[in-house]
Each structure stands twice: as structure tokens, then as C-alpha cells.
Write a protein that binds this ligand. Sequence first.
Ligand SMILES: Cc1ncc(COP(=O)(O)O)c(C=O)c1O
Length: 348
Amino acid sequence: MSAYDMNTPLYSALKKYIDERGLRLHMPGHIGGPGFNQSALKVLAEFDVTEIPGLDDLHAPQGIIEEARLLLAKAYGAQESFFLVNGASSGIHALFMALKRPDAKVLVPRNCHRSFFAGMVMAGTNPVYIPCQVNGELGAALAVSPADVEALLGIHHDAEAVFITSPSYYGSTCRIQDIAALCQKYQKPLFVDEAHGGHFCFHPDYPRPALEQGANAAVNGLHKTLPVYNQGAVLHVKGHPDTKRLRSACSLVTTTSPSYPILASIDLARNLMEERGRELLEAARIMAVRFRTRINMTKGLKAYDEDELKKTPGVFSLDPLKILIAFPGLRLNGFEISRILRMNIEYR
Ligand SMILES: Cc1ncc(COP(=O)(O)O)c(C=O)c1O
């Protein structure tokens, strides 16, 4: 299939522009590659364009970016989706910046990513921390529990929103459906940092995506789990209280020179996952099951499975592709193990 016939409006338009080989009288200064002396840097340069006629404008999309955005929203079951070219961090920043009150109170998980703190500083938000449920054996914060969210909502009636992280860095998800029901009861929107879960919606046996479970907004760091250039991420909304304000906030935290290679890679990844996501995720899931079994047959090692992690309060499921390994039979700490694995596997 030719690039022009693919269901990828953004990538296809860029490819057409490159193939037409017009004179590049626009930024960036490398003019599509010739400006670089190093051939390695020329590889991507052709796609690194700017908002010239026909290639739309991320801040006011009406053409190929709008088309790609609609396809993205449809694939993720969102009312509206926003392309992010500065990582999941910028989606989290935008959610804070779009809060109504300048000094809004927001429930946030105690183990939140540092982008929350930047977002709260910029927006002037007052955090109320939701305690985390820590798995004692792993020493890892895995989730927040609905009971803790309810207790805080019962005290902080003036909170403007609830923010949770699910999945955690370790792949454990929260009981989002229960937390969403509580948020509905107290009439608060629920925002989910789903940075590590951008692949969930493409396979029914993976954890259910946050939007499907009642979240009003979710941020996916697509570069983390899909073939997307670093910094490529998306923000989805479904029943956000003020989408217009959020749109402005996204624009506010976004460069006026967005990277087209990042945008095109998101467009391609969405198309790939729609066409082959289920098959690819199934193959990966089977490999992960086999790997986990072999680890558990090895003396001194232990790979955790979903049932075991669900014993930690608040944990609902586990991303099958996150393999958590402990070394209870070895007298080595995590840093030492990491060094050994790096030398023997990555640099063998
Ligand atoms: C849970 C979580 N949220 C948000 C982010 C921010 O993502 P990004 O690096 O795409 O800005 C990260 C990054 O590691 C993360 O682990």
C-alpha cells in the first residue's frame, strides 16, 4: 500500500510533501537535511517541517492534524484527543492549568510523577495527598485505594478534581471504576495519569483503559509503550468539565514549533495498533507469560503475577508486559542485580 493510501492523514501528507521535492523556504534551518554535515542526522530531517500551507497548525487544527486527531479520539474512545509533543508531562500540566480556581484544591496521589508538582506550581494548585498502598515485599507504591479517596472527598468538599496515577510505573492499576463512581457521587471530575497504559485499549485481556472505566481525562505517554518518538504523548477527554479551557491550556504549555516527526509517529502508531494491535499485544503477552514461568523455575528468583499483586489493597490488575522480579534467594541488592543484568544481557 502506498503511503498516500494509508489511514494516516498526517504522515501521508508529510510524505507527499517530501516526494514533491519543492524548494524548502521555511524553518527549521537544516532545510530538510542539507544543513547537516552528519549523514546520521539527515535521516529524520525531511519530515522535520513547520506549519506551511497544507500541513495544518497544531494550535488551531483544521486540516491533516484535525483529521488525525479525530482518528486518534475514535481509536481511544475519547470525545476529543490532543496531540502532545512535550511528553505526558505537558498533558498533566495542561490539566492543572485548566482548573477553574487559581488556588484550586485537588486530590493527588502521594507517589505522583514530578510533572504533577510542576503543574501544581504553575497553576497555583493546593494538593491534598492521597496515601499510597505500598507492597511491603517489593517496597513499591502500587495504587491508591477507593476507601482513601472516599475519606478525603468526605473531608474536602471544596476539592475541584481528583487525580490518580494508573497504571503505576510497576504496571499495577487502581480500582478506577470504583474511584470514578465516588467522584461521580461527590461531583468531581477524575483525571488519570495513564502514561504507561497507552496500549491497553487495543487488547481486551489487558487492563481496561481509564476512559472506559469512567475517567474524565487520561494522559498516555505513547512514546513509553508504542513505536512513537520520544516526547510523543496524547491527552484524551470524555466528560471533562471545560474542554474549551483545556484546549487553551494545552496550547499554553505547547511550543509554537511542534515536531512533525513526533506527530507523524503518533499517527502511524495509532494506525498500526488499530490494524495489528491485538495480534502484536497477544504475541507479547504470551512471551511475557513464558518468561515469567521460566523466572519462577530459576532458583533464588521470583516473578510476581497479577493475583499476588492484587493482595495489596487498591490494586485491581497488572499490565501483563510489566515483569516484576525479586531476588529473595540472592544476597544482592537491586543496584547490583541491575549492573549484572546490564553487563550480561544488554552488553553481552
Ligand atoms: C507515571 C508517569 N507519569 C508521567 C510521566 C511523564 O512522562 P513524559 O516523560 O512523557 O513527560 C512519567 C515519566 O516517566 C511517568 O512515569
